[in-house]
Design a protein around this ligand. Structure first.
Ligand code: ZN
Length: 148
């Protein structure tokens, strides 16, 4: 392993997905599947976020369409305030707990102080846009063997 590799081992691995808020998944899907011709990989409900999500494969990454399941969903508040559209960018990382601890130490505002269960069997945590130039970032750490 070169020095270069050692220094870079904790880099963000890739953009895991880009989250897009939609009012209704069934109504949004035909555009992505049939017009843009993206492959629908999975649909699942994420209780912790009160959303139903659809993952569409785009090369090595994904789009994540998010439909709110009820009024208390953060996605519903987003749609109420700003309408449908790009909601967050998810970055795949290793050692999410360590990263969160480092960020807390450095005064980065976090929406989730601890990682929680997200879609695709991942541990996730959102960073506060006040600390990220206005972008809502999600950190994702996938368990070994997960394929999303
Ligand atoms: Zn996401």
């Amino acid at each position: 392993m070169s020095d270069q590799t050692l220094h870079k081992k904790d880099n963000v691995k890739q953009i895991a997905h880009i989250g897009i808020a939609v009012k209704n998944l069934e109504e949004a899907l035909p555009f992505y599947r049939d017009v843009l011709q993206m492959e629908l990989e999975a649909i699942e409900e994420v209780d912790s976020e009160k959303v139903k999500v659809a993952f569409l494969k785009v090369g090595e990454t994904h789009l994540e369409l998010l439909e709110p399941l009820d009024e208390s969903s953060p996605i519903q508040s987003f749609i109420n305030k700003r309408g449908e559209g790009i909601h967050h960018i998810a970055l795949e990382v290793d050692n999410i707990e360590k990263r969160l601890a480092d960020m807390r130490e450095n005064g980065i505002k976090l929406i989730n102080e601890q990682a929680k269960d997200g879609a695709g069997d991942a541990k996730i945590a959102f960073l506060h846009p006040k600390s990220t130039n206005g972008v809502l970032y999600e950190l994702c750490e996938y368990k070994k063997g997960s394929d999303i």
